[in-house]
Design a protein around this ligand. Structure first.
Ligand SMILES: Nc1ncnc2c1ncn2[C@@H]1O[C@H](COP(=O)(O)OP(=O)(O)OP(=O)(O)O)[C@@H](O)[C@H]1O
Length: 256
């Protein structure tokens, strides 16, 4: 269930974010309240409370299968909640980049134009916006190339261009640099940094703790669909944390 955000004392009045992680008292752009997602017998998300405010940079961290992608999809409204509710600020422009971005067998520019068409952008604006977005991510020279034959890093940048062209206020990114080589990873990270610096709210999942440290200001740790902590990035890396999160961090130490 979803609803528009209103400053109600009952819903968003109750802080879903610990005081130290909340950057401002502004109303959330997007929130889940006691949200659960079930796939058959599998409870992929359990009673999650998460509120995201404008300009935040949130990283979702946890082992494989902990529910990061499901949480991103629930935030986007792509999976139905079996319990709880989703609230979204009226008119919020939201875009998502998936772990394996799907490209149509069309030119890079047409892939962006199609996203604009689906978002209801008038035809007259689509080409300019698509070209500007491709330029923004350094793909102006690839505009006519088939999106499917671009390299993995270029496809991920094309996916970012497709999202950016929608002029989102909030961007959901599912492991945006998974399986990219170090150069492509750095290029994508730089783009995310620029988008965030321009004021776009970013919520991203990542297995790369170095990247979390570089890009995020707030870390949400998930284990078996439960949100076990929601703290500033500094706190996440300095502790103290719940035991499960400490063990996860110890297991991931090679990132140091
Ligand atoms: N469409 C689906 N149908 C059935 N089970 C699903 C579906 N999507 C996710 N799951 C299950 O829900 C749980 C959480 O999956 P999710 O993909 O959200 O985890 P994740 O933390 O993103 O994992 P990874 O880091 O491997 O991407 C897993 O047990 C997964 O198998």
């Amino acid at each position: 269930m979803s609803a528009a955000l209103k400053p109600s004392p009952q819903g968003l009045g109750a802080p879903a974010v610990p005081a130290e992680a909340a950057p401002s008292a502004a109303l959330p752009q997007l929130a889940l309240h006691q949200a659960s997602v079930r796939f058959g017998r599998k409870l992929a998300l359990q009673q999650v409370d998460l509120a995201v405010r404008g300009g935040e940079r949130v990283a979702l961290v946890g082992a494989n299968g902990s529910g990061k992608s499901t949480l991103l999809r629930a935030l986007h409204g792509l999976v139905p909640l079996s319990e709880g509710r989703r609230e979204v600020a009226p008119g919020l422009r939201l875009a998502m980049v998936f772990q394996r971005p799907f490209m149509l067998r069309l030119s890079a520019r047409a892939n962006v134009e199609l996203a604009l068409f689906l978002a209801g952008v008038p035809r007259a604006e689509r080409r300019d916006r698509a070209e500007a977005a491709l330029k923004r991510v350094g793909l102006a020279d690839e505009a006519r190339r088939n999106g499917r034959v671009l390299s993995g890093g270029q496809q991920q940048r094309l996916a970012l261009a497709r999202a950016w062209a929608l002029r989102p206020q909030l961007l959901l990114l599912d492991e945006p640099t998974a399986s990219l080589d170090p150069t492509a990873k750095r290029e994508v990270e730089e783009l995310i940094e620029e988008f965030a610096a321009a004021g776009i709210t970013v919520v991203m999942s990542s297995h790369n703790l170095g990247q979390v440290k570089r890009l995020a200001r707030r870390v949400v740790y998930l284990e078996q669909g439960r949100m076990l902590c929601d703290v500033t990035t500094d706190h996440f890396f300095q502790g103290p944390l719940p035991r499960e999160a400490e063990l996860f961090l110890k297991g991931e130490l090679p990132w140091h």
